[in-house]
Design a protein around this ligand. Structure first.
Ligand SMILES: C[S@@+](CC[C@H](N)C(=O)[O-])C[C@H]1O[C@@H](n2cnc3c(N)ncnc32)[C@H](O)[C@@H]1O
Length: 397
């Protein structure tokens, strides 16, 4: 496909997305109908589509219309592409710009320039203060591809060498001592031997940093209460010899965890949904949230989130914290994490929890903003009234 034909395909997929179809579904449907497209075409079209979703408002303003075509014109202007070459009308390329389109389009202002929904902008600003604009602008960019080195099977140097032998170049980052940023060969990772044999997993740098900050030691009974695909369970198990249990209200989300655990060389017990009992030394609640810290990876979420859904999420988070608190041993730790940047899902949840649970204390709080090495994340560690004061230590901001 020519670069122009890829733009035309992306514009058509974006029309479906604007009509309410999920981006992944629209992309898959297009690929099925377009067997002529090669893997490089599909990858380029995917990049155009996701760039446009991340920057929906600013591209629509620059392109002069909130349509698939308008978004592609906006993208071409924002990325300073050769519009006349791309919109040539030749072959399968889009038609040349009309007189009206040639003079349409302005730089976005206000919330549109930050690619935030209007209703969210004040909440975003209140939550992030001086960092609000930088955090929003970071969500307009593509996320880095990051790997976690499985310390049970490898170390950074070995893993880098194994990946490099398969054409995947990486470099270590500061955010976590298990994290590698993929420089080249990202599309080869999933089929590489290094991945298939469990030397590395795909995992964002901030997710790894959250696990690094947990009070993990050998022998602990650890419960990943909202385990999902088990990314954090496996990251914890890569660090220490503890007894790991994973739970999720949606058991289907745990489906891949047994195979992933085998590949990683670790043991994880799966607990039945909604029926967890026992005392755990560490209960991690990586709670369902707006995902606002990782919207550059899943930008659909930014536009689909509503104020009512945000309210529902905060109620869910409160209930999860209350349920999980009952599973923490007297000397144990409740770790609350979200990939959100919004205070109502983070600090406010902790404040409200401490009000509802007298005797509990916050022993650690960290906030990561989206950046070159990882997504936005929040972590708070809480201990109950029976906690041995010697164990609780620093609160870092
Ligand atoms: C942010 S995801 C977890 C991601 C996972 N920890 C990882 O690193 O891959 C949140 C998970 O919480 C689960 N969940 C939602 N409500 C829950 C509840 N009341 N109890 C336990 N899990 C819940 C969801 O099904 C979802 O899988």
């Amino acid at each position: 496909m020519t670069p122009g034909a890829r733009i035309q395909a992306a514009a058509e997929i974006l029309e479906l997305w604007l009509d309410g179809e999920a981006a992944e579904k629209a992309l898959t449907g297009w690929a099925r109908r377009s067997r002529f497209a090669g893997s490089k075409d599909r990858a380029a079209i995917r990049d155009h589509v996701f760039d446009a979703i991340r920057c929906k408002r600013s591209y629509a303003a620059l392109g002069g219309a909130l349509t698939g075509r308008g978004l592609m014109i906006g993208m071409a202007r924002a990325q300073q592409l050769e519009i006349a070459d791309l919109f040539s009308g030749q072959g399968h390329a889009p038609d040349p710009l009309s007189e009206a389109e040639l003079v349409s389009g302005d730089a976005a202002q206000g919330a549109a320039a930050l690619d935030l929904p209007d209703w969210l902008e004040p909440i975003w600003r209140d939550s992030l203060g001086a960092q609000a604009e930088a955090a929003a602008l970071a969500q307009q960019t593509r996320a880095p591809v990051m790997l976690r080195v499985n310390l049970r099977k490898s170390d950074i140097a070995q893993a880098r060498a194994a990946l490099s032998a398969e054409g995947i170049e990486t470099h270590p980052v500061e955010m976590s001592d298990t994290a590698l940023l993929v420089e080249t060969g990202a599309r080869k990772v999933a089929l590489s031997q290094a991945f298939q044999t469990g030397l590395v997993e795909l995992q964002d740098g901030a997710s790894q940093a959250v696990v690094d900050a947990l009070p993990l030691t050998d022998g602990l009974r650890v419960l990943d209460y909202c385990a999902g695909g088990g990314g954090k369970t496996l990251a914890m198990a890569g660090r220490v010899d503890a007894r790991f249990s994973a739970h999720d209200i949606n058991e289907g989300r745990l489906r891949d965890l047994p195979d992933r655990a085998v590949r990683a060389g670790v043991e994880v017990a799966l607990l039945p949904a909604g029926d967890v009992q026992g005392d755990f030394d560490l209960v991690l609640c990586d709670a369902p949230c707006s995902g606002s810290g990782s919207w550059r990876r899943a930008p659909d979420g930014k536009w689909r989130l509503s104020a009512a859904q945000l309210q529902q999420l905060t109620e869910m988070q409160r209930d999860i914290l209350d349920q999980a608190a009952g599973l923490v041993a007297a000397n144990g730790v409740l770790a609350y994490a979200t990939c959100s940047l919004l205070e109502c899902e983070n600090g406010d949840q902790v404040t409200d929890f401490l009000k509802r649970h007298p005797g509990w204390t916050e022993t650690l709080r960290r906030q990561w903003l989206p950046g070159a090495e990882g997504d936005g994340f929040f972590l708070s560690c809480l201990t109950g009234p029976g906690f041995d004061a010697i164990k609780g230590s620093n609160i870092s901001g």
